[in-house]
Ligand binder design. Structure first.
Ligand SMILES: C[S@@+](CC[C@H](N)C(=O)[O-])C[C@H]1O[C@@H](n2cnc3c(N)ncnc32)[C@H](O)[C@@H]1O
Length: 296
C-alpha cells in the first residue's frame, strides 16, 4: 500500500521507507496478523539531532562507554536523561501507535514489543490505554553493559557503590487485540488469538536466554540496536499460532524481524523512515535469514 519507496527483499518480505504513522494511516483495517518490534525507546535517540550525534560519535542521549580492556564498546542510549516533556511525548507516541496498530490488525493479533526496565511501565500502560489487552511479558535474559557503574568522578571514593543495578534482562510486552467469541472461533476465522507452541508437547515460554548480538551478525547488519536472530526467530515464530498471516515490524531497522520471519517461513512487512537502514536491510536480509541457528 502507498507510494513510498520499497524493496521486495524476497517473494515473502517487503521493506517500506516510511514514517510509521503515515504508512499505517493508508492501510485498510484488518490487514496484518502480528507485530514484532523494537521501537525507538526514549524516541529522541532516533530523532535527527541525537541520531546525528551518534553517527558522528559525539554522544547526546547516546552514551559512548569508555573503552574496556582495550576493547571499544558500542554506544548505548541513556534513558535516564529524558525530561518530563520527553516522557509526556513518549506516552502520547505509544498511545497513538497503539491506536493505529489496533485498527490495522485482525482480532486476536499479538503484539510483541521490546522495552527496557526504565521505560516499560510507561509505554506498556499507553498501549493498554489504546485498547490492547496485556497478555504477559517475555523476559530476555541478557547480560548488558547498562548500570553497575560507580558514582561518576568519585569512583575511588566510593568503590563499594554502584548507582544502578547492572541490567541482566530485557522486558518485551506481550499484548493482544481483543476479539469477540471464543478462541477457537477466532483461530478458525482469522488464524490468530493464541501463540504457536515450540512443539506439540512444549508451549511457548516467557523467558528466553539470549546473549547480546555479536560477531558475524553485527558485521552483516551494523545497526546500533540490532536484535539477534536466535531470539527474533523464536518470538516471530510464536506470534502466528497457525503459521499463517503477515508479521509486521513498524521499526524495521536492519530488517532483523523480516529476516527472522523468512527463516521460519512467514510473510513479513517492515517500515522504517531512515533510508540508510533501508539500504542496510537490502544487503543484510539474505545473509541474516540464511544464518544457521548453530552459527548464532
Ligand atoms: C530500535 S531501532 C530497531 C532496530 C532493529 N531491532 C534491528 O534489529 O535492526 C528503531 C528503528 O525505528 C526507526 N524509527 C524511529 N522513528 C520512526 C518512525 N516514526 N517511523 C518509522 N521508523 C522509525 C529508526 O530509524 C530505527 O531504525
Amino acid at each position: 500500500m502507498g507510494g513510498q519507496p520499497r524493496t521486495h527483499l524476497s517473494l515473502r518480505a517487503t521493506y517500506v521507507v516510511a514514517d510509521i504513522m503515515d504508512w499505517l494511516a493508508g492501510l485498510p483495517a484488518h490487514s496484518l496478523h502480528a507485530v514484532v518490534t523494537d521501537p525507538p525507546y526514549g524516541l529522541i535517540e532516533y530523532n535527527r539531532k541525537d541520531h546525528d550525534k551518534l553517527k558522528s560519535g559525539r554522544g547526546g542521549v547516546w552514551r559512548i562507554p569508555p573503552a574496556y580492556d582495550g576493547a571499544k564498546r558500542r554506544p548505548l542510549p541513556r534513558f535516564t536523561v529524558l525530561s518530563p516533556d520527553e516522557i509526556a511525548e513518549l506516552d502520547s507516541f505509544f498511545s497513538d501507535l497503539g491506536d493505529a496498530l489496533l485498527r490495522v490488525l485482525v482480532p486476536g493479533s499479538h503484539l510483541f514489543i521490546a522495552s527496557n526496565p526504565l521505560l516499560s511501565t510507561l509505554t506498556f500502560h499507553a498501549l493498554q490505554r489504546s485498547g490492547f489487552e496485556k497478555r504477559g511479558e517475555l523476559i530476555r535474559l541478557v547480560q548488558t553493559l547498562r548500570g553497575g557503574d560507580r558514582p561518576k568522578g568519585a569512583e575511588d571514593e566510593f568503590p563499594e557503590v554502584c548507582m544502578m543495578a547492572r541490567s541482566c534482562w530485557e522486558p518485551w510486552g506481550i499484548f493482544r487485540k481483543p476479539f469477540p467469541g471464543t478462541a477457537a472461533q477466532n483461530l478458525r476465522r482469522w488464524g490468530t488469538g493464541g501463540l504457536r507452541r515450540i512443539t506439540n508437547d512444549e508451549p511457548f515460554k516467557d523467558v528466553i536466554v539470549c546473549s547480546p548480538t555479536r560477531g558475524r551478525e553485527r558485521e552483516i547488519a551494523p545497526h546500533p540496536s540490532l536484535k539477534p536472530q536466535r531470539f527474533m526467530r523464536q518470538v516471530v515464530r510464536a506470534a502466528l499460532p497457525l503459521g499463517v498471516g503477515i508479521i509486521y515490524d513498524p521499526f524495521a531497522g536492519s530488517g532483523s524481524t523480516l529476516a527472522a520471519a523468512a527463516a521460519v517461513g512467514y510473510l513479513a512487512i517492515g517500515t522504517d523512515r531512515d533510508e540508510s537502514y533501508h539500504a542496510l536491510a537490502r544487503a543484510a536480509f539474505g545473509p541474516l535469514s540464511a544464518l544457521k541457528v548453530g552459527d548464532l
